[in-house]
Design a protein around this ligand. Structure first.
Ligand SMILES: [Zn+2]
Length: 184
């Protein structure tokens, strides 16, 4: 499980012309069960920023975000200011990727997603990592960002070790669909 990180970043500033509805959405009134997985509040628009200039990295990260958003029914919007999710090209502790979630009252409120850029490292065989691996890692880490946990099924993108899987499996899609309906 991801380690908690520093206090959540602020929500984006509400437009001055908008009314109270523009305030950060409060979690729904439903009492959370202790068995609930970590998830974002229902219908909450998740904001993110990519903190790396590399255009190839940005392209893959954005496509992965689009997939997660569609499959989980969560609106996800890019913003330059005070995003809840920060996505970085970085090598975390010898892993291909790492996602740290911050939660408040059982809800995810922010995330730091770090994805190793393939050109910056070599795999165990000494060959250069490639975009397909980065695509895999991006889908895996953004799966954690939205609330997915590891799976023992090797066809799942959430299998803990990097493999050849290049998309969410049918089981992953069912999980993403469920996650989008948590707290609703
Ligand atoms: Zn993982």
């Amino acid at each position: 499980m991801p380690e908690p990180v520093s206090a959540p970043t602020g929500k984006i500033a509400a437009p001055t012309s908008a009314g109270p509805s523009a305030a950060a959405p409060a979690p729904t009134g439903r009492v959370r069960e202790s068995t609930d997985k970590e998830s974002w509040p229902c219908n909450h628009t998740i904001t993110f920023r990519i903190d790396t200039d590399d255009p190839q990295f940005q392209s893959i990260a954005r496509w992965a975000i689009v997939k997660v958003s569609i499959l989980s029914h969560h609106p996800i919007a890019e913003t330059l200011y005070s995003p809840e999710v920060i996505i970085k090209m970085e090598t975390p502790e010898n892993a291909a990727g790492m996602t740290n979630l911050s939660t408040l009252n059982g809800f995810i409120v922010s995330a730091l997603v770090r994805i190793k850029f393939p050109g910056y490292a070599r795999n165990a065989r000494g060959t250069a990592r490639n975009n397909s691996e980065m695509w895999h890692v991006a889908l895996h880490e953004l799966g954690h960002m939205i609330g997915l946990e590891h799976q023992s099924d090797q066809s799942s993108i959430m299998y803990p070790t990097v493999n050849e899987v290049q998309d969410y499996s049918f089981g992953d899609m069912q999980q993403l669909d469920l996650i989008g309906n948590y707290n609703c």
